[in-house]
Ligand binder design. Sequence first.
Ligand SMILES: CC(C)(COP(=O)(O)OP(=O)(O)OC[C@H]1O[C@@H](n2cnc3c(N)ncnc32)[C@H](O)[C@@H]1OP(=O)(O)O)[C@@H](O)C(=O)NCCC(=O)NCCS
Length: 123
Amino acid sequence: MLIRYKKTFEKIAMGLLSFMPSEKDLKKLQQTIKQYEAVDNWQLFLWKQEDIIGLIGVSFPNDTSMEIQHISVNPSHRHQGIGKNMVKALKELYPEKTFQATEDTAEFLGKCDFEGILTQGRE
Ligand SMILES: CC(C)(COP(=O)(O)OP(=O)(O)OC[C@H]1O[C@@H](n2cnc3c(N)ncnc32)[C@H](O)[C@@H]1OP(=O)(O)O)[C@@H](O)C(=O)NCCC(=O)NCCS
């Protein structure tokens, strides 16, 4: 299930974020986590089964849309549908929002959209 980021999850969240190609540099990674902690329209979620094994980070550029900025799954748990499940759960949490990708997430989200995950429930 999707849970909201808290400071106590900082280490695990940084570990997961570091799998994003754009977050390889430690300074950049620390800056990104700080932004999720400090900026109201940036929200970070974690995917918890027994352990925390996934992360999805979004921003809200305006009232109607949501931009998926970061998405990452622990390498030992990939190819089991967790990435897609996180997108689906987020869509259920924010059914009114139009989802957007960034350059860093477009490739995988394009795949989700292709499978109807992002468009489910939309008119
Ligand atoms: C992208 C990521 C989150 C997918 O997580 P996952 O739990 O394995 O995803 P799912 O099991 O729901 O879907 C797997 C499918 O997504 C596709 N996929 C995986 N990574 C992809 C990528 N970077 N771009 C496009 N499609 C991708 C594959 O077709 C895969 O199918 P397969 O299992 O038949 O090989 C994971 O690979 C990851 O953490 N990557 C490193 C971080 C990253 O690069 N994030 C940005 C991606 S654009």
